[in-house]
Design a protein around this ligand. Structure first.
Ligand SMILES: Nc1nc2c(ncn2[C@@H]2O[C@H](COP(=O)(O)OP(=O)(O)OP(=O)(O)O)[C@@H](O)[C@H]2O)c(=O)[nH]1
Ligand SMILES: [Mg+2]
Length: 239
């Protein structure tokens, strides 16, 4: 016989399971609406560089002829959308009013206003948080986790779901490595111990050429990965 707190815990688990099942149903509808567009859902801690990555890669994708749209998620502001607006691509800001993640219903609502007609790529920037966003499928093709080198080598071990569920990891802010004791090899090793198939890129969104730095900023490799996935999505969509 269950006591009252066990019954309460059971009810709460049931509610959570129903919420996730409902979320999955809406996510599948989103996926259908996304059509042939390749959709990437960016997860990360606050400030790892999700918006900066978009600012760095979208102009290149645009000039290569790709049609891009962006769905921004933020707890409180539309500051990120304002940054994306400067790139002249369709963008929509979801403000969650305190909720720590995007869910499929919020993304579904954004599709009433956002022009995704003919889009090749839709980027979704989730709320900065390495925990809650991992539980909610939005209808994306892949999740991409961004980890900046300032956050510490141990983060894949401490927040495993974000790394387990992401097909790709972008290790960002590599321009800062000379002033940190961060170990890229350790970040890679820890991430691969959680997800052995993870594709990993090392990037910098800062143009330090004036400072005489000669590192490869890694963005071209990441862009090639996105383009390959656009082609793959189109070929699967045609079948
Ligand atoms: N040095 C360096 N700074 C970076 C890099 N990428 C982003 N930044 C800086 O990091 C800060 C946060 O970048 P954002 O792009 O706003 O990060 P975000 O992940 O979108 O942040 P939230 O949306 O608040 O979660 C800004 O001051 C950026 O200029 C990088 O590659 N190198
Ligand atoms: Mg941002």
């Amino acid at each position: 016989m269950l006591n009252s707190s066990q019954r309460r815990a059971g009810r709460s688990l049931l509610i959570q399971r129903n919420a996730l099942e409902t979320n999955d149903i809406i996510a599948n509808k989103n996926k259908a609406l996304f059509g042939k567009a390749f959709v990437m859902n960016f997860l990360s801690s606050p400030g790892s560089g999700k918006t900066s990555l978009l600012e760095s890669i979208i102009p290149i994708l645009k000039s290569d002829g790709f049609k891009v749209a962006v769905i921004e998620g933020d707890v409180e502001t539309d500051l990120d959308k304002k940054r994306i607006d400067k790139l002249n691509v369709p963008a929509y800001q979801i403000i969650t009013n305190g909720t720590c993640h995007l869910d499929a219903r919020m993304v579904s609502g954004s599709l009433n206003s956002l022009d995704i007609n003919g889009a090749d790529i839709i980027f979704i920037e989730n709320v900065g948080n390495l925990v809650c966003p991992t539980s909610f499928n939005l209808g994306e093709d892949i999740k991409a986790v961004v980890l900046s080198v300032t956050e510490g080598d141990d983060k894949p071990l401490k927040y495993p779901a974000a790394f387990y569920k992401s097909k790709v990891m972008i290790i960002n802010k590599i321009d800062l490595l000379p002033v940190l004791d961060s170990d890229i090899a350790k970040i890679r090793e820890n991430a691969l111990s959680i997800n052995k198939d993870m594709v990993i890129f090392e990037t910098s969104c800062k143009n330090n050429s004036k400072a005489g730095n000669t590192y490869n900023n890694g963005l071209q490799d990441f862009i090639s990965f996105i383009k390959d996935n656009v082609s793959l999505k189109v070929s699967v969509f045609k079948k």
